[in-house]
Design a binder for this molecule. Structure first.
Ligand code: CP
Length: 327
């Protein structure tokens, strides 16, 4: 019986001991099949309302490492169009209400894992997390977020694992002890959710083992509920000074919701920016728009740890599934 994760995995608030969860993930990285029997005769349903490469495949690998059968369902392409609004008169394009579909899925699967996305049109709706909340309400089995409207907890757990690994392996004292981690906004061609930035901020501040700075142009403030405890700067170059880790990510505006205001190409992370840092390790959740968010020279340099980071998605997912199976 384990209590590191509460019933569901939706945010850092569902984790009682981040350090223990990170250690568990690193244990699986060293011993992928250590708990091959834990998931025997159990199934996890992976529901995607949006595209994915890393989340989909790493979660399948993680489940199989635990002897569990993963079944992927691309709800957006292969399922009936779902209705989420309570009391809706379903005379439009939606065919099936989540309150009818979710209990059936709860009977098919021992765990449900779900990826939704925000509309980026209505902030109140997105930040109420209506989609994933409805599945939790009606499925009757534990739910893992594979990215919701506002957060991406498996990505953030992966990011903590990756930073922790680098801290352990570092010769430099500043990295090994209390590194400076900078999350910097970068330009993009279309409005993206705030999920990864919200979630990374939430996990960095909760973890508490780093000095955490967020750099973004004015007007790109994130929701304060996720950034409390971080230092926020609008001068990217100043923020990058002495950084040990730089996490690059675009997000659209939060206040005037879901817009692109300024898209200054000078915020793209280049070799020139890296010169300001403490030879920083560079992170990105991927997929990345090369030469828009990050230059080729940075992504292809030895400073980039994006492949290690994405590979660690397996161990994060495996630790979370294992904890839920052990409850
Ligand atoms: N980082 C991430 O979630 O990647 P995918 O969208 O490919 O799953």
């Amino acid at each position: 019986m384990s209590n590191i994760i509460k019933n569901n995995f939706l945010s850092v608030h569902d984790v009682t001991d981040i350090e223990a969860l990170v250690q568990k993930a690193l244990h699986y990285k060293a011993n992928p099949f250590a708990d091959k029997q834990l998931g025997a005769n159990k199934r996890i349903g992976l529901l995607f309302l949006n595209p994915s490469l890393r989340t989909r495949l790493s979660t399948q690998v993680a489940a199989q490492n635990l002897g569990m059968e993963p079944i992927v369902f691309n709800v957006d392409k292969e399922g009936w169009a779902l209705e989420f609004e309570e009391g809706a008169i379903m005379s439009g394009s939606t065919v099936e209400h989540v309150k009818d579909a979710a209990p059936i899925l709860g009977n098919y699967f021992d765990i449900l894992a779900i990826r939704t996305f925000p509309s980026l049109k209505n902030r109140e709706d997105d930040y109420s997390e209506m989609f994933i909340s409805q599945f939790i309400k009606y499925a009757g089995v534990p739910v893992i977020s594979l990215e919701s409207a506002t957060l991406h907890p498996l990505q953030s757990l992966t990011d903590v694992i990756t930073i922790q690994e680098q801290m352990h392996g570092a010769a430099e004292a500043s990295i090994a002890n209390r590194p400076k981690v900078v999350l910097t906004w970068a330009p993009h061609v279309k409005p993206l959710p705030q999920c990864v930035a919200n979630s990374f901020s939430q996990w960095m501040t909760a973890w508490g083992k780093v000095d955490f700075v967020i750099a973004h142009p004015e007007d790109y403030e994130l929701d304060e509920q996720f950034t409390k405890g971080a230092t926020i700067m609008h001068d990217q170059k100043k923020a990058l000074e002495g950084a040990d880790f730089v996490y690059v990510k675009n997000w659209s505006t939060f206040n005037d919701y879901g817009k692109i205001y300024e898209n200054d190409p000078r915020w793209m992370l280049t070799e020139e920016h890296l010169q300001l840092t403490n030879n920083a390790r560079v992170m990105h959740c991927l997929p990345v728009r090369r030469n828009v968010e990050l230059s080729d020279e940075v992504l292809d340099s030895s400073n980039s740890i994006v492949t290690q980071q994405a590979s660690n998605r397996v161990w994060a997912a495996q630790a979370v599934i294992s904890e839920i199976l052990s409850r």
